[in-house]
Design a protein around this ligand. Structure first.
Ligand code: NAP
Length: 285
């Protein structure tokens, strides 16, 4: 890919940012469509976030993404945010619309598309247990509710954060309960709900032996187990679930789908989904 005077720039803002797979995924997409675009990373200090956004606008950056820890903090610096972002309360994608620099959230829709892609029927499902109540949990919970999930059970270590999330779901017209983070409570929730979504970082590299407190024998083939962690590709939780005959989904599916939705915001071209998926697979191989 030749970089020249007409190359359009996309960036991801975060801190730390060295772990991101986004440049690999999007630059592959650009190459596959022969788009004269490049996607790079910017590690930004929190106190410089406003200046960084002003800089992106002044430089005519075409779009990009935002990751930890700026998904919520960036909102006041943008010209506007989408309805999805307002509902979730966080932004992960930046784009221009009508001369303004806006943010949207593709994590939620990416999660839903990934889950449906694995054959899970959300409408008609009696409910889901979500471990965690952070940024990813908000996107998952709001999107599941909007997609027709009947009831959500949020289990979180920090009670205040968990309670805030169920209040948000109830304000949006959904049904949700908060349960304290405790081994017996997780076991009891698994007896009631059959979709389990881990949104905590428990089990992520380098601590791959750790995981949420879910014993293998609590899982049955009726459970569908999702872990948002994509590194490692198969967490201890996913391995336990597979050993019990559960259907499972790792975090790579959501990573890909949220990227596909972001790409749809930037370009009218057909998204090169297969090329993006292959690049993610290659990275892990
Ligand atoms: P976050 O906002 O920091 O939230 C982390 C959540 O995990 C909080 O609810 C926190 O509980 C809980 N937690 C952290 N350490 C814990 C521990 N030792 N024991 C029990 N609970 C613990 O992070 P996030 O942005 O939601 O990201 C969470 C995970 O999702 C990360 O692994 C991230 O890589 C993954 N993710 C994946 C995708 C994807 O596309 N696959 C997208 C987004 C995020 P407290 O409230 O008690 O602190």
């Amino acid at each position: 890919m030749e970089i020249n005077g007409k190359t359009k720039n996309f960036v991801i803002l975060g801190n730390p940012i060295g772990h991101t797979l986004s440049p690999a995924m999007y630059n592959t997409a650009f190459r596959s469509l022969k788009l004269n675009c490049i996607y790079t990373v910017c590690q930004v200090e929190l106190e410089n976030l406003g200046a960084a956004v002003a800089g992106l606008k002044a430089l005519g950056i075409q779009g990009g993404n935002v990751t930890i820890p700026f998904k919520e903090k960036i909102i006041p610096f943008l010209d506007g945010i989408s309805e999805e972002s307002k509902l979730i309360g966080a932004v992960n994608t930046l784009y221009w619309t009508k001369g303004q620099f806006w943010g949207t959230n593709t994590d939620g829709i990416g999660f839903i598309r990934a889950l449906q892609g694995r054959g899970y029927a959300i409408q008609g499902s009696p409910g889901a247990v979500i471990l965690g109540a952070g940024g990813a949990a908000k996107a998952v919970a709001v999107s599941l509710m909007m997609a027709g999930m009947k009831k959500l059970c949020i289990i979180n270590r920090n009670k205040e954060r968990g309670t805030m999330l169920i209040e948000k779901i109830r304000e949006l017209g959904g049904e949700a309960v908060f349960v304290e983070w405790d081994t017996a409570n997780i076991k009891a929730a698994l007896e009631e709900y059959c979709l389990l979504v881990n949104t905590t970082p428990l089990g992520m590299v380098p601590d791959i032996e750790k995981g949420p407190q879910v014993e293998q024998e609590w899982l049955t083939p009726q459970h569908f187990v999702v872990d948002l962690i994509y590194n490692p590709r198969e967490t201890q939780l996913v391995k336990k679930a597979q050993a019990q005959g559960c259907k499972t989904m790792g975090g790579l599916d959501m990573l890909l789908e949220q990227g596909v939705v972001a790409f749809e915001h930037w370009f009218k071209e057909k998204v090169p989904r297969e090329a993006m998926a292959r690049e993610l697979e290659r990275w892990f191989a």
